[in-house]
Design a protein around this ligand. Structure first.
Ligand code: SAH
Ligand code: SF4
Ligand code: F3S
Length: 477
């Protein structure tokens, strides 16, 4: 909903100040047209996309649409899409075909493509996927009421304009599929880096930081609703920088972390993603000095070879990354680190690949998100380098990386045997409703038998007595 929460009131944002009379008229008009219509939204890609879907839900709810989890009964089907790898786009196309069949059975249903694929392909999507009615880029969600109205009238609705200011700071997200324990808060949008493999700067536009007070207000709002954990989101959270327009004071990411941590000691704070070139000592000190800022950093390395890192335009070397890992261990010995890794980037040799395997071992990642390189049209790499590593080599290297990562994670977890951790209960474990699952500060998943009187959102102390490469198991003490 727009600014319904008093704690979010008065938060300045250029875009809402602009909110034109026409928009208000449109909304009133639509409320009577919409009357209880249902929308269904499916999200792909990164956490930011899931977080955006909650903003979209809020905007639609404000004009009278109610959410449904059943696509077959909805009047408006939205897919919030990802373009990061070719496979991600293929999945979306398959879903569109399924939804088109639904539309044939239920004429009048509108189908909309949101997010990164909408931004990348723009009007081409309308030609390629004939039954798509709406194409809306990540900075154009405020325009949804108008675009839905256009589509209802039988025309195609499209807005893929990227903004330099939009942060949706004043919109209180409608929490979808939430466990009521952890919530996302977007703090930046877009990305100003130009990693040569990456499509994000093209689909999400320039980086901009959200009003720090609106972030704190959202954390307060979650606290009031009983949440116990917030994750601050951005493509590169460390470059967060917001200037207070009145005082001209600049809030850095480390300062923001502390502001959010001070919302309440029982509220855990996490953040993602950190960039090795931008994470500062101040951020590490903030983690060290605040118990509720979790001992966990997602610090994508991408490759262990300085030569490949340079081609990727990551702007750090293997040695720089290793120094960061050393520094993290020095300042916060308990801190867990995870990474993203790409295998088979242009010109990657077996020696480069070996360096990736050894940096996984050196860094002792508790988990990695691992991918083989997928060339994306329009990126620097697609323009400058040949995608010359055969698919079977990319895949074989990926399986090497997965194997080494599993060994490293298993050893890391084994060292936790006999230790006792504070765990925030998230809900039932996947395998048994006799067990709870939750995370410790390091973000490791912990499974343990339930005990009377405990519920999701409670903190418990769990002593670890068994481990796998993916989870810790134990008992409440
Ligand atoms: N902002 C984050 C990453 C966002 S994309 C960062 O800088 O680390 C998430 C991950 O997808 C990336 O870290 C990378 O490992 C992977 N990725 C991005 N583009 C890719 C591509 N073209 N092929 C394969 N993996 C890719
Ligand atoms: Fe992509 Fe690099 Fe930006 Fe991450 S930092 S979103 S990998 S361009
Ligand atoms: Fe995908 Fe867009 Fe996120 S490309 S990874 S949904 S920013």
């Amino acid at each position: 909903m727009y600014d319904k929460n008093p704690t979010l009131e008065g938060i300045g944002n250029k875009t809402i100040d602009d909110s034109k009379q026409g928009d208000v008229f449109y909304q009133e008009q639509m409320k009577s047209d919409v009357k209880g219509k249902k929308f269904y939204i499916e999200s792909y890609g990164c956490a930011m996309n899931f977080s955006d879907s909650e903003i979209v839900a809020s905007i639609l709810n404000d004009i009278g649409y109610v959410p449904t989890k059943i696509a077959e009964e909805s009047d408006l089907i939205l897919i919030n899409t990802c373009s990061i790898r070719e496979k991600a786009e293929d999945t979306v196309r398959r879903r569109l075909h399924t939804f088109n069949k639904l539309k044939k059975k239920r004429p009048g249903t509108l189908i909309g493509v949101l997010g990164c694929m909408a931004e990348r392909l723009k009007a081409k999507l309308l030609d390629q996927e004939k039954l798509v009615d709406l194409v809306v880029g990540p900075d154009a969600y405020r325009d949804l009421p108008k675009l839905v109205s256009t589509a209802t009238d039988g025309e195609k609705g499209i807005n893929v304009i990227l903004s330099r200011e939009e942060t949706y700071a004043d919109i209180s997200p409608m929490r979808l599929d939430s466990n009521g324990v952890s919530g996302y808060i977007s703090i930046t949008r877009g990305c100003d880096n130009m990693c040569s493999f990456c499509v994000v700067p093209f689909t999400r536009g320039r980086e901009r930081s959200r009003n720090a007070f609106s972030i704190v207000a959202e954390a307060n709002d979650l606290l009031e609703k009983g949440y116990k954990e917030v994750t601050l989101l951005g493509q590169n959270v460390d470059s967060y920088k917001w200037e207070n327009p009145e005082t001209k004071d600049v809030v850095s990411f480390a300062q923001l972390l502390v502001m959010v941590a001070e919302v309440h000691p029982s509220m855990r704070v996490r953040f993602s993603t950190s960039h090795p070139k931008d994470i500062t000592d101040e951020v590490l000190f903030a983690i060290r000095d605040h118990k509720n800022i979790c001992n966990y950093i997602h610090l994508p390395v991408q490759s262990g070879s300085s030569r490949i890192l340079e081609l990727m335009n990551r702007t750090y070397t293997r040695e720089w990354y290793i120094k960061k890992i050393d520094r993290i261990n020095e300042v916060i010995p308990e801190c867990a680190v995870s990474a993203d890794i790409i295998t088979g980037f242009c010109t990657e040799t077996e020696e480069d690949h070996e360096e990736t395997l050894s940096i996984i071992q050196y860094s002792n990642f508790i988990i990695s998100y691992m991918f083989y390189y997928s060339e994306r049209p329009g990126t620097l790499a697609a323009r400058k380098y040949e995608d010359d590593i055969p698919l079977e080599v990319k895949k074989r290297r990926l399986s090497d990386v997965i194997r080494v990562q599993a060994q490293v994670a298993f050893a890391h977890n084994k060292a936790d045997l006999g230790k006792t951790f504070e765990v925030l209960i998230e809900g039932d474990s996947k395998k048994s409703d006799q067990d709870f699952k939750g995370r410790n500060s390091q973000s490791k998943m912990v499974i343990f038998p339930k005990k009377e009187g405990l519920k999701p959102g409670d903190y418990v102390m769990v002593k670890i007595d068994a481990v796998t490469s993916a989870t810790l198991k134990g008992k409440i003490v």
